[in-house]
Each structure stands twice: as C-alpha cells, then as structure tokens.
Ligand binder design. Structure first.
Ligand code: F6P
Length: 548
C-alpha cells in the first residue's frame, strides 16, 4: 500500500463522512439511547465520554480498521521497545521509560536505559531533598527559598503547567518561578523581588544552545554576580539540565550540578525527566513520583488494552475523524478546573510541534490534512469571551471539556456553579436550540410577532458541535500524570495514522537561523541586501527610530 489514504478503511471512512455529515448529533442520540454506555470509557480516575461526536458503530469500526491498517499496534510496540521511530533524527522515543515505575528493562543499543534513568532520579531526589530541607546553602550561607527555572518550549511548559495545576500539594518551603521569554520584561519582573543570596537557578535546555535560554541564563548570572562578586557563587546557585555537558561546563556550571537528559527524550515529552526538577522542588519528590506513577499506569493501559477499549486510541480516532475526514481543523481545550489554566498552552506544543507536518517518513507529501490547531483557555472565562464563536459561527470547533468531580479548593456553592456550566455547555453545543423553541420561549415572554420573527435567526443555535468530556475524580498528581500521558499517546496514534514523524521539529529551525543572522544587524552591523524589501525596510526603520 503506497499510502494510508489508499487503504479500504480510509476509502470507507471518506464515503461514510459524506453519509453521516448531514445527521445531527441530536438525531444520533434519538436513534441510539445507549450512546453514553457505548461511547464512554473509564481509565484510572478519568472518565472519557466521546458520545457527543458524530460517530456510530460503523464509524468506530471504520476508524479501528484504519488504525489497524496504519499499524498502530506495531508502532506502539516499537516505541515502548526503544526502536528508533524518530526517523529523521534516528532516535528512539522513550519518555515512557522515564516513568517506568515497574522497572522492567528497556534496552537501547544493548544498554538497559532504566539504569541511567534510575541513577538520575536518585540524584534528583538527593538534590531536591537537600534544597527543600534547607541543607543546600547559597554563597552567603543562607538557605534557598526561591527557584527560577530558565528554559523555553518543552523545558518550560510542562513544569510550569504542572506546578500550577498541583499548587495545593505544595508547601511554602520553595517558591518556583519561570522565565522563558527573551523579552527582558519577564526576567526583570521575576528577579526584582528576589534576594540573590536565596535563589537557585535551574537552566533547563536539552541542547544548551537555545539562544533565548542562554541569554536569560547569562542575565541571571550577571544579576547574581552583582551581589556575590565572586564566580564561585555560580556553584551554589546554578544547576543545569541538559544533554550538552560541554556547553554547560563552558557556562561555568560544574558536572556535579548538571543533570542528565538523553537524545531519546523529546523536549515536549520531557517533564518526566529531570526537566521536572521545578515540580519536585515545589511539591516534594514523593508527589513527583506520584505524577510518574499516574503516567506509567496510563502507559500500561495504552500498551495492553485492546484498541476498541483503549482511551488514547479512541480519543485519537475521534479527533482524527473530526479533523481529517470532517474537515474540522481546530480543536479547543477547555478546562473547568482553575489549576489547569495552562493545560491548553502545554498541549499546544505537545500536539502542534508533534503533528504539524506535511510529509511522511520517506519525505513524500501526504495527500490529507494533518495535525490540529490546538488552542483554548479556562472554560468559564472562555464562555464570556469566545464561546459565542463556538456556538454560532460557521466554523465547527470540536472541543475537549475537562473537569473534576472534587474541587481542588472547595468554597461553598462554587463547584456546583462551575460544573453546572461545564455540563450545560456540552449539552448546548450538541443540541442547540431550533426556531420552534426560540419562538415558544419569546411568545411566553409576551414579545410581539414581528419582533419575534426579527430575532429568531439571531437566537437559533444550530448545535451539532462535537465535544469530548473528560471527568477526573480529582486533580491530584497521579491523575494529572495519567491525563498528560493520555494526550501524549493520543498524539502518537494520530501521527502514526497520518504516517508522519511526530518526534522531530524541523519547522522551528528556519526562524531560529534567520534570527541569528538578523541579530548583528540590530547591534551595529550593516543590514544585508539579501533580505526581501519588506524585511530590509522594517529592520532599517527599527534601527533608525532607535538611533533618534
Ligand atoms: O523551539 C523548538 C524547541 O527545540 C522545542 O522542541 C524545545 O522544547 C525547545 O525548543 C527548547 O529546547 P531546549 O530544551 O534545547 O532549549
């Protein structure tokens, strides 16, 4: 088979999309009262209801056939086994080994990677305990009270999202701050209230070449020096997480303060490694282990459950149905759990950097759309901002609604209010409200017929907007670990079916290269005439205005 789109399963789904396209979700529920029982699944503490999607038994069978035709089971095996499935970088993809709590050996080039994983986790624990207990001292002998993580992308988004999500499990021993942006505003704001004698910097960069991170790390170092006046202070205030020990050494961070990463961990899949240091420093190592346990349990489910009862597979298939076959390219992530405020931003990188590709493993253009535009924010705030678009625009945006049965911080009357909105929105998006109902409602309010007729088109909601509901028992470290792993595997399954390499990110390189070339042009160098006229004029205008 040349391409998955030549498979019988694909052709069936293409034709089926035409058939089902006109059937309203409301009708699907009327035709089959058992949709919830059939199209929901509970794994660990997570209930996934995907029944409010335009799928029938036929659709699900077609999608499962497609997954088989694409070899999802085989790819899954290869990933867990440590095969070099990151084909363009010739790397294994073993973030699952980082949270392999049962310690079953995972071999890569004849070496059991669990040995290095456990060794690094052990070092991490010792470091975390000594900082949290106040045994680790700054250059002037004071204990560390604040940790600043300097990193960007995968070296920032995961730890930043998780520390916020699990704040209620933290104590006050260590406050964690994040600096990712090279806009000086961020680092200046973070450092302003801090005391250099009590700050630990974690420079998190897999490559240790990312210019934004290196610039911020240098500024942090200068800030420390302006108080310590002694290079030796770097030893007690800087640690690094990286694969690039030479560059770390050149920056002045000692080997014993450097934690190891490996090329078989992608940046956006790295929060389970020592990149998770800020999480462990903030919550304690035990809670970090709980996070790993939750993810590991989801790994086992993903690896062992049959495809038709496999939550990541089902989530992937329904998403792919909506996007590739029904042409709904956008996907909203809408948490109704305040601590998950940064979850959409986290998934944006995980998903879009993984699956925003156009060519297959051999470099051929794929003849279908891949990836989704992932976006979103806290549901309640979204309701008063962009939900108008979700309910009534011409564009259908499938959405994942994520909420918890137990509130993270119970305040009388709040959680019921929050969750009433949570359930109301998916119901409204699915059912909508038709002309008859709008008319009856306005008549009951005593409105005149002419006014009713004028208002009806504006008040009708077409409905038929697909949603998934993910209901967590509570947002604890274990459940969050499972939730993140659920999405990671969803992304993996979709990438396999699209036949793209989900683990490289060549698309971010060009911009980085050009920025490197432009930087000297902004700092006194001449502006190259190789730029297009727009870019050249913009740079010249910028320089002229700054000189004024
Ligand atoms: O911008 C792309 C990227 O390479 C991401 O994939 C990665 O998470 C981020 O930059 C940070 O990279 P590093 O950890 O090497 O600094």
């Amino acid at each position: 088979m040349a391409n998955i789109s030549d498979s019988d399963a694909w052709k069936f789904l293409q034709q089926h999309a035409g058939d089902i396209g006109d059937v309203h979700l409301r009708d699907l529920f009327e035709q089959d009262p058992n949709r919830y029982e059939k199209y929901s699944i509970r794994v660990q503490n997570i209930l996934l209801d995907y029944s409010k999607n335009p799928v029938t038994d036929e659709t699900m069978k077609g999608l499962l056939d497609l997954a088989k035709a694409a070899g999802v089971e085989n790819w899954r095996e290869r990933m867990f086994h440590g095969d070099r499935i990151n084909s363009t970088e010739n790397r294994a993809v073993l973030h699952t080994a980082l949270r392999n709590r049962t310690n079953t050996p995972v071999y890569l080039d004849g070496e059991n990677v669990m040995e290095v994983v456990n060794h690094e986790l052990g070092r991490m624990k010792v470091f975390v305990d000594s900082v949290r207990k106040g045994e680790w001292r700054g250059y002037s002998g004071k204990r560390i009270t604040d940790v600043v993580n300097i990193g960007v992308g995968g070296s920032d988004l995961g730890p930043r999202m998780v520390t916020q999500a699990l704040r209620r499990y933290a104590d006050d021993r260590i406050k964690v701050h994040f600096v990712s942006n090279v806009d000086g505003v961020e680092i200046a704001n973070v450092l302003r209230p801090l005391n250099p004698e009590r700050v630990m910097f974690v420079v998190a960069s897999k490559t240790f070449t990312t210019s934004e991170t290196m610039t911020n790390a240098q500024t942090a170092r200068n800030w420390l020096m302006s108080s310590a006046f002694d290079e030796r202070a770097v030893g007690s205030h800087f640690v690094a997480v990286s694969t690039n020990h030479e560059a770390v050494k050149a920056f002045g961070i000692k080997r014993e303060n450097t934690f190891q990463m490996w090329d078989w961990v992608g940046g956006r899949y790295s929060l389970w490694s020592v990149i998770g240091l800020p999480i462990a420093l903030c919550l304690g190592f035990k809670q970090f282990e709980q996070l790993l346990t939750g993810a590991h349990e989801m790994d086992i489910h993903f690896r062992d459950a049959p495809m038709e009862k496999n939550a990541p597979v089902l989530l992937a298939l329904v998403g792919l149905w909506n996007s590739t076959f029904l042409g709904r390219q956008s996907q909203a992530i809408l948490p109704y759990d305040w601590p998950l405020a940064r979850f959409a931003a986290y998934l944006q990188q995980a998903d879009m950097e993984s699956n925003g590709k156009s060519v297959d493993h051999e470099g051929n253009q794929v003849p279908y759309s891949t990836g989704s535009i992932i976006w979103g924010s806290l549901g309640i705030d979204g309701q008063h901002a962009f939900y108008q678009y979700l309910h009534q625009s011409k564009t259908v945006v499938p959405a994942d609604f994520i909420g918890s049965i137990e509130s993270s911080t119970p305040v009388r009357g709040h959680h019921e209010n929050l969750m009433a909105n949570f359930f109301a929105q998916t119901e409204a998006l699915m059912n909508g409200i038709d002309e008859g109902e709008v008319r009856r409602d306005l008549e009951a309010k005593g409105m005149k017929p002419d006014a009713i007729n004028a208002l009806i088109p504006h008040k009708v909601h077409a409905g038929d907007r697909p949603t998934n509901t993910l209901l967590l028992e509570r947002l604890d470290p274990r459940t969050l670990g499972a939730l993140i792993a659920l999405y990671e595997h969803k992304i993996f399954v979709q990438g396999v079916i699209w036949d793209i390499c989900s683990f490289d990110q060549w698309g971010v390189e060009l911009g980085k290269t050009l920025a490197k070339q432009i930087l000297p042009e902004l700092t006194g160098g001449s502006v190259s005439d190789k730029h297009d006229s727009s870019t050249r004029h913009l740079i010249e205008y910028f320089n002229e205005q700054r000189r004024k």
